[in-house]
Write a new protein. Structure first.
Length: 410
């Protein structure tokens, strides 16, 4: 059955795909943002970053699962349904896991091993149903960010008490994941398209992109991976930071970053025309340094300086869109069509896999070092990723040379 009418995406299909994206990121935003505060308030402050590093391991495993199984043997919507039902059950188990760092890590890893492949699967389902992905996909994907925002507002304003400090967000995410898992079976049929011939580990991870990578590609890969280290400081510790310095409803407050992300995503084409891809990437990297300097000075002994907090959170859109989204676009344009997918897999492996794995553990070590009898030295904590992001931005500015012609096929 066609999902387009006269080259335009049918309204029913648009609504179904938009709801899919909404639920996809509502699950993630409901529990992953406040989870660090929950761990901190339950005696695991010294292990938060290590537990969050489970996302890095899951991000490395995700392309192996999708490439070796989902792309070859089963329809994407059925695989996604099974995975989200599994994730829902595992989120419930996670909410009942005791305060033991090792057990908590493996319970978190189980949830993320089920969840992370569904990000690629949701994109696959949407793109398969679209007739003009460049024009139609952003308007559908933005509902994912809206889902993340709504989840944060529910955690702060609908769930009872100081929900960020409890297991309630985990239970909310579990319920949404199970509902989503059932809904996934009704999504547009997306049959497997890859050959059933056995694929090599090198191809599944996108490592064969190395052969066609020039200096610009490698500078982008290395700098994107390095920028994931300061990103991890925010992703893991922003919620405990806001909670600790006395910001009310921190999960809801953090949605300022997602609102900013939507705005700057829409402005991205304008900035491409004004300053070019290199300028966009440099501005994005520099924004991370600026926002962490703001966080380091956004509170006093009397509490948070809210205008600075809001400004630092609003810079999330610049930092995230202008670095990680722009890098994805550059890689897509830099490689020939038949090689682009594998190059994107390699970029994801190095950022959300290796970079996040390193970053979350480094952030954990810095937080433990900054913690004292009177609490965490948040000023010193944020200065380190600020300096790291600044150095990476300068390195990128000096070394990156944009190439307009696509690289050869891999």
């Amino acid at each position: 059955m066609s999902t387009t009418v006269g080259g335009t995406l049918a309204l029913g299909t648009r609504a179904r795909l938009s709801l899919m994206m909404f639920l996809q990121y509502a699950v993630w935003g409901a529990w992953f943002v406040p989870f660090a505060t929950y761990l901190t308030r339950n005696g695991l402050a010294d292990s938060v970053g290590t537990i969050y590093s489970a996302q890095g391991w899951a991000a490395i495993a995700a392309p192996l699962f999708v490439g070796a199984i989902a792309d070859r043997y089963f329809s994407a919507e059925k695989v996604m349904g099974i995975l989200h039902l599994t994730a829902g059950v595992l989120l419930f188990v996670l909410s009942r896991t005791g305060a033991d760092a090792g057990v908590m890590f493996f319970a978190t890893l189980g949830v993320l091993l089920a969840f992370m492949p569904t990000i690629a699967l949701s994109n696959t389902i949407a793109l398969n149903a679209l007739s003009d992905s460049e024009r139609q996909f952003p308007a559908i994907r933005v509902f994912g960010t809206i889902g993340w925002i709504i989840a944060g507002l529910i955690v702060s304003f609908v769930l009872p008490g100081e929900a960020e400090r409890t297991a309630l967000p985990l239970l909310l995410a579990a319920a949404v994941s199970i509902v989503y898992g059932l809904y996934a079976f009704t999504l547009p049929n997306t049959p497997p398209k890859a050959s059933r011939e056995r694929a090599s580990l090198v191809a599944l991870l996108g490592l064969d992109a190395i052969r066609a990578g020039d200096r610009s590609f490698w500078v982008l890969i290395v700098c994107s991976m390095l920028m994931m280290i300061p990103f991890s400081f925010y992703n893991v510790y922003a919620n405990p930071f806001l909670d600790d310095i006395g910001v009310n409803n921190p999960a809801a407050t953090q949605t300022i970053g997602q609102v900013s992300e939507v705005g700057f995503l829409l402005l991205l084409p304008v900035f491409f025309r004004l300053v070019g891809i290199k300028g966009v990437l440099f501005v994005g990297m520099a924004a991370w340094a600026v926002r962490y300097l703001i966080f380091a000075n956004a509170f006093t002994d009397d509490g948070p300086i809210l205008p600075l907090i809001y400004l630092g959170l609003a810079l999330h859109g610049v930092g995230f869109d202008f670095v990680f989204v722009a890098a994805t676009i550059w890689v897509g344009n830099h490689f020939a069509a038949e090689a682009s997918g594998r190059a994107q897999s390699f970029l994801a492996l190095m950022t959300w896999g290796v970079g996040y794995l390193i970053g979350s553990n480094v952030a954990n070590a810095v937080q433990v070092g900054a913690a004292g009898g009177g609490g965490t030295d948040w000023h010193g904590f944020w200065l380190l990723p600020a300096g790291f992001a600044g150095i990476t931005a300068v390195m990128f500015l000096l070394l990156f040379r944009n190439r307009h012609a696509p690289a050869p096929a891999i």
